[in-house]
Design a binder for this molecule. Structure first.
Ligand code: F3S
Length: 413
């Protein structure tokens, strides 16, 4: 073994704190061995992937329940990624069986101390690491946001590793926890004006398709880029590749200037201009039908600024009776919006405000079967990447085109 356990870790490995903690230490030690890590590092925050019946599957569900039944408790702030169903009672069309499985997973995590926020934007609901803080997060879009926008440090943790970290308060020191792996590897000059979620997603998708393992550094992004822009770039980077971190000069904390991100190294430079972004948008628009019967916004889950913008665009409009407009956000985000009267415009227009889940991380085929969806539209590069994988033809375009499609039932970007 390449490292020495401290006193607590040794006692944990010997089973003094119960079998789940003993096994958790075993998982971390195996990972450390695999990655050649020299030590485990203490952490206070975990974001738990594998919180959905779809991703945990039967084995994961049983293991999580066993840990909870054994009395295991999380020692970190532990937020849950989206699950397979809306737990507030909105019927998105999953089967009773899926619903029961999801309740079991949520309940098991909750008994261990997990926070039932079921969102991919944990940083919007209080799991907010400080600059330089080491954490153990899963969920690719959240991981990119943590590393890039917050300047926290995490690898893209899988379910077992995140569970092990939540039970022990340690993660393995390798990958993006180390300075040398956070240095930019390619420079991307954005020469086109970008402003919509779909345009930011196109930027990310374009880069990761060419450099799936890169740490890109962007120049030329708008100085007043909104949070949702950074969120969309990161989510698309992580879906078309395995990118887990980017820099944006003058915008992200480890890139006040280009040289800070490159550490003075000379990088290959590519351009993301009008032609590249338009080609990317067309590539992701994988639906040849004009009729649309479902529109999905909120991948990653919506923040306040996006909700305010969508409310403005929908004010006084009515969603077609032939179309489902589903908006996804954390439940606490919807609650705050409701208290402020912000959701009234949306519900009066006929939008469904959905929490705890998303089309990609639920049993989407069950939804297609029960709701009869055949043709989708979204402004999310990540969702446009994944929905066709589940068999759903999906248009990808600007937010305004998506909302027009919701109102008219036609895709006319
Ligand atoms: Fe979040 Fe689901 Fe998109 S987990 S990033 S809304 S695919």
């Amino acid at each position: 073994m390449a490292f020495t356990l401290n006193e607590w870790q040794r006692r944990a490995r010997e089973g003094e704190f119960g079998e789940p903690v003993e096994q958790a230490m075993g998982i971390l030690m195996e990972l450390a061995d695999f990655w050649g890590a020299e030590r485990l590092i203490p952490i206070r925050k975990v974001h738990m992937p594998g919180a959905s019946a779809k991703t945990a599957r039967r084995a994961g569900r049983k293991y999580i329940k066993w840990c909870a039944d054994m009395g295991a408790r999380f020692v970190t702030t532990t937020t849950l990624n989206p699950g397979a169903a809306d737990l507030t009672g909105i019927d998105i069309g999953v089967t009773r069986e899926t619903m029961a499985q999801q309740m079991e997973i949520t309940e098991s995590y909750s008994r261990m101390g997990g926070i039932k926020c079921h969102t991919c934007t944990p940083y919007l609901v209080g799991n907010l690491p400080r600059f330089g803080e080491h954490v153990a997060w899963g969920e690719s879009s959240a991981v990119v946001f943590a590393n890039s926008v917050l300047g926290a440090r995490t690898n893209r943790e899988g379910g077992p590793a995140a569970l092990a970290s939540a039970l022990t308060g340690y993660t393995v020191e390798y990958g993006l926890h180390l300075d040398e792996n956070r240095i930019a590897t390619v420079q991307v000059e954005v020469t086109e004006d970008v402003g919509d979620t779909c345009e930011y997603g196109s930027v990310g998708y374009f880069v990761a398709k060419r450099y799936p393992d890169a740490v890109p550094v962007f120049t030329g992004l708008p100085a007043r880029i909104p949070q949702y822009g950074l969120k969309a770039i990161g989510a698309a980077l992580a879906s078309s590749g395995s990118v887990s971190m980017f820099h944006a000069v003058g915008l992200t904390p480890e890139a006040p200037v280009l040289e800070a991100a490159t550490r003075g190294g000379k990088l290959e430079k590519i351009v993301a201009g009008k032609k590249e972004l338009e080609e990317t948008r067309r590539f992701l628009d994988r639906n040849d039908q004009e009729d649309v019967d479902c529109v999905f916004l909120g991948c990653p889950h919506l923040d306040y600024e996006e909700i305010i913008r969508i409310s403005g665009l929908l004010a006084g409009r009515k969603v077609s009776s032939r179309v489902a407009l589903w908006l996804f956000a954390a439940n606490s985000t919807w609650q705050s919006c409701e208290r402020s009267g912000l959701t009234r415009v949306l519900t009066e227009a006929g939008a469904q405000l959905i929490s705890d889940t998303c089309p990609s991380i639920t049993m989407f085929k069950e939804i297609m079967a029960s709701k009869g969806f055949k043709s989708a539209a979204t402004n999310s590069g990540k969702l446009a990447h994944y929905l066709p994988v589940w068999g759903m033809p999906t248009h990808f375009g600007p937010t305004i085109a998506c909302l027009e499609a919701a109102v008219s039932g036609k895709w006319r970007p």
